[in-house]
Design a protein around this ligand. Structure first.
Ligand code: 48H
Length: 284
């Protein structure tokens, strides 16, 4: 394949080496993506099933969504299935969450369905990307940006740098930040460590699959102005039971977070609207 692009060097028009063209294409595209991701409506931290589901739904609603994932592979706890047997279970009541997600649930009896864990992780990534979310992997949230007692963004660094090398981070800003970091509840812990959030729970409870699945859906909440929790992060932050390798609750938790956050963003936008009535009617 011949090189098309040319650059001026030492007064001559030179053909740019093929390898340089490849690198330049990536640089331009990645930095445009990073720039787009820097400020948005919703910043989802953690690309597990709950975070990806929330990101896909919010992006479909027209919100500008960025997902930060500290690992190389988005998908969180999905890849390993159960004890590294890469199959997961979703209950019938949650199947609607998979509409438009390229997976093929197989009945396993008693209202349970089986899915290939790798297939589900990959399909959720595709769903979020196709809806318009930006997913940035290998970026770790290491702190929160808080102005006037409200979370307005996340302080982040390259995973291999965060906490290891003396390199300053960058900040991603958003109207809402969603802690979808799973068992770690990483953003909630950042607030707790500073004494900014008081919670009586001492972490997630022992396994109860039925109650755990209900808990992560019901307890989606804004736990501090600007900071929401969903998925296993809600169980870890608020002391809910764990549930093992059943994933319907994670999908529904992400969907519920998306619905509630969408409403919240509408409310915030309406509060920012100028009062048109008082502007058009002259004061007497
Ligand atoms: C960027 C981060 C950071 C950080 C963590 O663990 P996840 O899959 O989370 P959920 O809640 O979507 O799903 C939970 C499910 O996978 C699970 O663990 C279940 C059902 N357990 C039941 C049981 O009994 O054990 O994904 C969280 C993601 C991961 O990919 C992390 O790498 C990522 O968040 N993450 N990303 N910055 N500081 N901390």
């Amino acid at each position: 394949m011949g090189s098309e692009s040319e650059t001026a060097g030492k007064g001559l028009m030179m053909t740019e080496p093929y390898e340089t063209q490849i690198t330049r294409a990536i640089l331009g595209s990645y930095h445009a993506k990073l720039s787009r991701a820097l400020v948005g409506d919703v910043l989802v931290v953690g690309a597990g099933p709950s975070g990806l589901m929330a990101a896909a739904a919010l992006a479909q609603m027209g919100r500008a969504v960025t997902v930060l994932e500290k690992r190389l592979s988005p998908g969180g706890g999905l890849w390993g299935g159960a004890m590294a047997m890469n199959e997961v279970v979703v209950q019938e009541e949650a199947l609607y969450a998979l509409n438009g997600v390229a997976v093929h649930p197989r009945p396993a009896g008693d209202g349970l369905y089986l899915l290939d864990a790798v297939g589900l992780a990959a399909a959720l990534c595709v769903k979020a990307l196709e809806a318009g979310a930006v997913i940035l992997n290998l970026i770790q949230a290491e702190d929160l940006c808080i102005h006037d007692h409200e979370v307005v963004g996340v302080v982040a660094n390259r995973t291999e740098i965060a906490g290891r090398l003396p390199v300053d981070p960058i900040v991603f800003r958003a109207g809402v930040v969603l802690d979808a970091t799973g068992h770690e509840a990483a953003l909630v812990q950042m607030l707790r460590r500073r004494g900014l959030l008081e919670m009586t729970s001492s972490g997630e409870g022992p396994m109860d699959a039925v109650e755990g699945e209900k808990f992560v859906v019901e307890k989606v909440a804004e736990v501090y102005p600007g900071l929401w929790i969903c998925g296993m992060s809600a169980a870890a932050a608020l002391g809910g039971p764990r549930m093992g390798p059943i994933f319907g609750g994670m999908l529904l938790s992400g969907l519920r977070a998306a619905d509630l956050i969408d409403v919240e963003l509408d409310v915030e936008a309406s509060l920012r609207q100028p009062d048109t009535l008082s502007e058009t009617i002259p004061a007497t």
